[in-house]
Design a protein around this ligand. Structure first.
Ligand code: CTP
Length: 403
């Protein structure tokens, strides 16, 4: 999945022949899952039509502050556009537009939007080879880089003038790759290894029966996805569940019993930075597993259970620098019980689920949690979807650990 998925991208097009390539650029951005809005300089509409770009981006395209031919026209708000964007991409960026960006000139909608933008800005220059190496162009590149903007270098090849050399706007595929790599390299959990446990465990009684619970695994899977979206390499140790997750940074290790989950977690623990134990591990397992299916011969039937090992507690006992997050499901004395679990299991944060809250718990799409850190600071989180709770948990890791 591309890091561009869900991103708001503001594409600024200035008037160079490479503008014709922006149709493919918009398509690629949309295909990667981005939302795209386009602003154009008045000169650029001679090279590519707003109709093409609005059709591909599925959004209106703006090239003037207002439409002179429409007497009911309203002001095209450059400030709103700039605030909407997660990042702005100016491609092609002509020598003229670059020089105006560098000097703060503001005589068209694209430039006004650029000046209002607080998000990151990429620019992909496009010009003839001698213009590309002119001292003023180079000075403008340096000025713009000094403002924190990122240049996507031009490529070499045949130019519109008939000359051949450096100055061609980077190909749309390369622009996309450049931005994806740049965003990935800045993700807050880049280089961190995260271990997540999820789902129930099944404890065998005989070859066909088990003791289990209603956990769907959703909370753990959402956390794994969110951590991967922020750049972490995630090992997701999952009990039996129908949940699926495909992400290049997530490896799923499927286990059945608590003993298997224990072994898998200890296998990965040493090379792990952060553990989030969201699994609903069975506390007990049958002491003896019948080798054949048990027959219903007796009027009553008793299964002797023994305690499962507490995976999180065992990790807390051997942890070095790892950051440990556990869950707690309490029905009474919630805060006090959760605090004592932090100490008992040597945790950094506990996520307290309360069964007293409507909308929280097994099988529900929402959760109502309270975070408690090891200094016993308490953060009450309002009822929200499990995806958003996962975001909050991972953001807390970024704040408390990865910063
Ligand atoms: N956990 C675990 N291994 C177990 C049991 C629990 O790793 N065998 C983890 C869970 O994934 C969760 C946390 O420990 O993150 C809290 O588990 P919970 O069942 O609420 O608490 P317990 O310590 O089992 O205490 P009790 O049920 O007695 O309240």
């Amino acid at each position: 999945m591309s890091v561009l998925k869900g991103k708001n991208v503001l594409l600024g097009i200035s008037g160079g022949i490479a503008a014709y390539k922006t149709a493919s650029l918009v398509r690629l951005l949309i295909k990667a899952g981005a939302h795209v809005q386009v602003v154009m300089t008045p000169a650029s509409v001679d090279f590519v039509t707003p109709l093409t770009l609005s059709t591909l981006s599925k959004n209106p395209v703006f090239s003037t502050f207002y439409n002179k031919e429409d007497e009911n026209a309203t002001w095209n708000n450059h400030v709103e556009l700039a605030l909407w964007a997660d990042f702005m991409l100016i491609a092609p960026a002509t020598a003229n537009t670059l020089s105006k960006m560098a000097s703060g000139a503001c005589d068209n909608l694209l430039l006004a939007t650029y000046l209002s933008a607080k998000c990151s800005v990429y620019f992909a220059p496009a010009m003839d080879l001698d213009m590309y190496i002119h001292p003023t162009t180079i000075m403008n590149f340096e000025t713009l880089k000094g403002f924190g903007n990122t240049i996507i270098p031009a490529e070499s090849g045949e130019l519109a003038s008939g000359l051949s050399g450096e100055g061609r706007m980077a190909e749309p595929e390369n622009i996309l790759q450049f931005i994806e790599k740049d965003i990935e390299s800045k993700l807050p959990l880049k280089g961190k290894k995260v271990l997540v446990t999820a789902g129930p465990t099944y404890e065998a009684i005989d070859p066909v029966r088990f003791i289990g619970n209603h956990s769907t695994g959703k909370m753990g899977y959402d956390i794994a996805l969110e951590a991967a979206n922020l750049g972490a390499e995630v090992v997701l140790v999952s009990g039996p569940t129908h949940m699926q997750l495909q992400h290049s940074l997530v490896s799923i290790i499927r286990v059945t019993s608590a003993d298997e989950m224990f072994a898998a977690c200890h296998h990965y623990f040493e090379n792990t930075d952060v553990v989030i134990a969201a699994a609903a591990v069975a506390d007990y397992k049958p002491k003896n597993i019948a080798s054949q299916k048990i027959k219903k011969d007796e009027a009553t039937f008793t299964i002797e259970l023994e305690k499962n090992q507490d995976i999180l507690l065992s990790l807390g006992q051997i942890k070095k620098n790892q950051f440990l997050i556990g869950f707690a499901l309490e029905t009474e004395n919630e805060i006090e019980n959760a605090k004592s679990k932090i100490q008992k299991k040597n945790l950094d944060i506990i996520v307290l689920n309360s069964l007293n809250d409507e909308g929280a718990g097994f099988g529900k799409p929402t959760n109502k949690v309270t975070f408690i850190d090891k200094e016993f600071n308490i953060f009450d989180i309002p009822l929200k979807s499990k995806e958003l709770v996962a975001e909050d948990i991972v953001n807390l890791i970024v704040k408390k650990y990865a910063n």
